[in-house]
Design a protein around this ligand. Structure first.
Ligand code: NAD
Ligand code: MG
Length: 334
């Protein structure tokens, strides 16, 4: 194996949630890391303050053995066509943290390139924090195109540099990563969970209960439950809740999330698999995000947000966290 495969020179394009964490962990793991960013872009100051050599993407990728594409998914096609494809060196490796553009054929990578995926299963801030304390966030990885014969080794080297090998590395495909990631965030994590909380809040408030109490019940206390899931699955939650809560769980949970919900989850999955979701999302993005902005505003204006803001201001244990928090982007998780 040549020295390139052992310690590839890495350029990270994009310095948001994932980009910052990847660049810092890889540097601390001994890699030579350059950051590619548009001059004057919003994260350039941060990358420079963190001590990186920052260059415009076209320059930054020219000598790289491996280019990690860590910009928002919707700008990657244009970035690849206009900047990466004309400037990456022959035989280099193109790495993604999400398979969307390659899997749905929006990017058709040059034939001389290796193309791999390394997706940490956690937000950038956690990828960095775990690394700093000597641990790591599990990563899933895949090879789409192996021109050099070393693509798998490169993906594993990169995942190791992120700290992922200290936790767990699981091999996947671009198809599986893309479809499961989209499904998770839509049906369960982001879409499903927030809709469940809003509906629960509305149900209590419309029945005349105080919004403050409704907030504590359906949003605030969810953290306790999710922490138990995280630590020991549903088994651990059942160990910690009362018998009354368990009985209510068994008889009422399936009334709320029933076979109809599961059938609609399957429709969501089908739209993801056949490309309908991605086609609609690209059209929405290209139209200037009219519906996205409307939906987002409705979430921000929901009454649970007003009462939540007041109640959280009294949670002294949160104030310290907010002050220490990373910029908004680095908290993004999905
Ligand atoms: P982000 O929005 O936090 O950061 C994007 C970065 O790209 C910023 O530095 C921005 O300035 C820069 N950028 C934007 N347009 C650019 C352009 N045209 N040229 C160069 N730089 C540009 O993005 P993110 O959430 O870190 O997502 C990056 C990738 O990681 C995506 O493919 C995403 O699906 C994937 N991913 C994200 C998470 C997560 O926790 N957020 C988890 C797993 C995978
Ligand atoms: Mg995602």
């Amino acid at each position: 194996m040549s020295s390139n495969e052992q310690t590839p020179r890495i350029t990270v394009v994009g310095y948001g949630s994932q980009g910052r964490a990847h660049a810092m962990n890889l540097r601390d793991s001994g890699f030579d890391v350059t950051v590619g960013l548009r001059p004057g872009g919003p994260t350039e100051v941060q990358a420079k303050a963190d001590g990186f050599e920052v260059r415009p993407p076209a320059d930054a990728v020219r000598e790289a053995d491996l280019v990690a594409v860590l910009t928002p998914d919707m700008v990657q096609k244009k970035l690849y066509e206009e900047v990466l494809a004309p400037n990456m060196k022959q035989g280099a490796c193109l790495l993604f943290a999400h398979g969307l553009n390659v899997h749905f054929n929006m990017i058709a990578p040059r034939e001389d390139l290796d193309v791999v995926l390394v997706a940490p299963k956690g937000p950038g801030a956690l990828v960095r924090r775990e690394y700093e304390i000597g641990r790591g966030v599990p990563c899933i990885w895949a090879v789409y195109q192996d021109k050099s014969g070393h693509a798998e080794q490169l993906a594993l080297t990169y995942a190791g540099g992120l700290g992922g090998a200290r936790a767990n590395l699981i091999q996947t495909t671009f198809k599986e990563e893309t479809e499961t990631d989209l499904f998770g965030e839509q049906a369960v994590l982001c879409g499903g969970a927030s809709a469940l909380v809003q509906a629960g809040f509305e149900t209590l408030v419309e029945a005349g209960y105080q919004p403050e109490i409704a907030y504590y019940e359906v949003l605030h206390e969810l953290k306790l439950i999710v922490d138990l899931f995280y630590e020991g699955g549903i088994t651990r939650m059942l160990e910690f809740i009362s018998e009354t809560a368990q009985y209510g769980d068994y008889v009422s949970g399936p009334r709320v999330i029933d076979a109809g919900t599961k059938a609609r989850m399957k429709e969501v999955l089908k739209d993801i698999q056949d490309g309908t979701f991605t086609k609609n999302w690209v059209a929405e993005y290209e139209a200037g995000l009219p519906n996205y902005k409307k939906y987002k505003q409705a979430d921000l204006d929901h009454p649970i947000e007003q009462v939540g803001k007041q109640l959280r201001a009294k949670m002294v244990w949160l104030n310290g966290q907010a002050a220490a928090a990373q910029p908004a982007g680095s908290q993004r998780a999905a």
